[in-house]
Ligand binder design. Structure first.
Ligand SMILES: Cc1ncc(COP(=O)(O)O)c(C=O)c1O
Length: 478
């Protein structure tokens, strides 16, 4: 036997150039850290699958395996577009949302995540321009980044993506620019922002798409998780040229990797080609379970249960933020979904603060993870309210407020001494809607008292926490 062995340089030029540029997902790395018993995780986007009735899941699974006929489908290769029966069920379900599509206008994917990759592969050449909300779903940024687009992130406010800023960006890009490919948007309870695009902005987006000649990709994993307010008509229902992405992950469970794309047939044909190369076809077993679940089981009952539980958790989180967070912080008020977005003064850095948060026993996702440059949004964070119990949410917010308060305290000293350019007392008072400086101090001291008991963030502890984050990241990378 030869004593020579192949050494493979995993950092060097054997790795594809586009992959060398890809960044690891902060969320996936955090999953490893969040499994520690003493840490409350506000970082994931996991549905509370423990709410699923076991009997319903068992019935749907048995139906997919029980008979020879079922096994001939579920254990076999299937069509690249997905099982015909499932596509019919999904087309039917989309009618409740106001979307009319035929089963042949749908293609089933391994979660909406695969749809994002397939769309990117089918449409993006290096340097092509993609528009997203800024911040946006980081899994989409990861899927797109492999194909090296030039991503333009458009800020949102409480009414969704800012159409005035989009229009200004489009003017810079120019009409009929062949590099401009699509706008990717999450109009309902956006991940990570929690905001919903108004009907007026939806109409305007479609007008701009027609005027500037780009496709619209509507990603709607959370649309059915609405806790207040009225249903918003999907973009796809307003214009059938929209590419719509659906998933069962938040209504049933992400373990059954099943999502879908609804798009004009010419677009689907391209996506189908790319999918053949990716996996030939998705898991027929997963698909048949999902088909039975949505065709034979009163799934709306379980959806209502999810809605009830998540609404309570969202309300708990909003109440805890009101109670514990310092006056300098702002946050969105989502009408549904799983996340809200917290903005701190722009001198704060949530990325470096994560080590202190982990030490205090709470995780969140730093805001910069959701921007294509990995830098913007450092003063913000995404927090999840679907997974933890109300008691844990309250405790997590209390711990997080303590961590923030400690950092703010330091900055207040700088501001007070006039040592932070652009942050005079006037600016801080205006930002906090306080009449005078003492009110800012009193409000923050009250908060501090309420939240500080559990936290002691000296330098040594920060170092230990940083070490833990590094270890967790290494573990996650393995
Ligand atoms: C906006 C958005 N799109 C897509 C996905 C991926 O979903 P799936 O589990 O269907 O792949 C997620 C998951 O959290 C998401 O938040």
């Amino acid at each position: 036997m030869s004593s020579a062995h192949i050494t493979f340089d995993t950092t060097g030029d054997k790795i594809a150039r586009r992959v060398r540029k890809m960044r690891p997902s902060a969320v996936r790395n955090l999953f490893a850290a969040a499994t520690r018993d003493d840490v409350i995780s506000l970082s994931g986007g996991m549905p509370a699958v423990s709410l699923l009735p076991v009997e319903d899941v068992r019935r749907a699974t048995l139906a997919a395996i029980e008979t020879e006929r079922a096994r001939a489908v579920s254990l076999q290769y299937g069509p690249t577009d997905g099982l015909v029966g499932l596509r019919a069920v999904l087309a039917d379900m989309m009618r409740d949302l106001g979307i009319r599509v035929k089963p042949e206008q749908l293609l089933v994917t391994s979660g909406a995540q695969q749809a994002l990759t397939l769309i990117a592969e089918a449409f993006i050449d290096p340097g092509d321009i993609i528009i997203t909300e800024g911040p946006t779903y980081l899994g989409a940024l990861q899927a797109f980044s492999a194909f090296e687009p030039d991503v333009r992130a458009i800020p949102f406010d409480d009414e969704g993506m800012r159409m005035d800023l989009l229009e200004a960006e489009l003017k810079r890009i120019g009409k009929n620019n062949p590099r401009l490919k699509f706008c990717y948007t999450i109009p309902n309870f956006q991940n990570p922002g929690g905001v919903t695009m108004t009907a007026e902005r939806r109409r305007r987006l479609l007008e701009l798409a027609a005027e500037y000649n780009f496709m619209v990709v509507e990603d709607d994993p959370y649309g059915r998780l609405r806790y207040d307010g009225g249903h918003q008509v999907p973009l796809k229902a307003m214009d059938d040229s929209v590419i719509y992405l659906g998933t069962i992950s938040k209504m049933l469970g992400p373990g059954l990797r099943t999502g879908w794309v609804a798009a004009p047939e010419a677009v689907l044909a391209r996506i189908n080609l790319v999918k053949q190369g990716a996996d030939l076809c998705g898991s027929a077993f997963d698909q048949l379970i999902v088909q039975h679940y949505f065709a034979d089981i009163p799934w709306q009952r379980t959806l209502q249960k999810f809605i009830g539980v998540y609404k309570e958790r969202r309300d708990t989180m909003l109440a805890a933020l009101e109670e514990f967070f310092p006056p300098e912080a702002r946050w969105t008020h989502p009408e549904g979904g799983m996340f809200l977005w917290i903005t701190l003064p722009d001198y704060m850095d949530t990325d470096s603060m994560l080590a202190e948060a982990l030490e205090a026993g709470v995780t969140y996702v730093p805001g910069n993870s959701f921007f294509p440059d990995g830098v913007t949004g450092k003063n913000s964070m995404r927090v999840n309210f679907s997974f933890e119990t109300p008691e844990s949410i309250t405790e997590a917010v209390r711990r997080l407020a303590g961590v923030i308060e400690e950092r703010l305290e330091l900055y207040r000293v700088f501001i007070n001494a006039g040592a932070l350019p652009g942050y005079g007392k006037e600016a801080v008072m205006a930002e906090n809607e306080r009449e005078n400086w003492d009110e800012v101090i009193v409000a923050s001291e009250e908060n501090e008292e309420a939240v500080m008991q559990s936290h002691d963030g000296d330098a040594a502890q920060i170092e230990i926490a940083e070490q833990k984050v590094a270890e967790a990241q290494e573990e996650a990378a393995e």
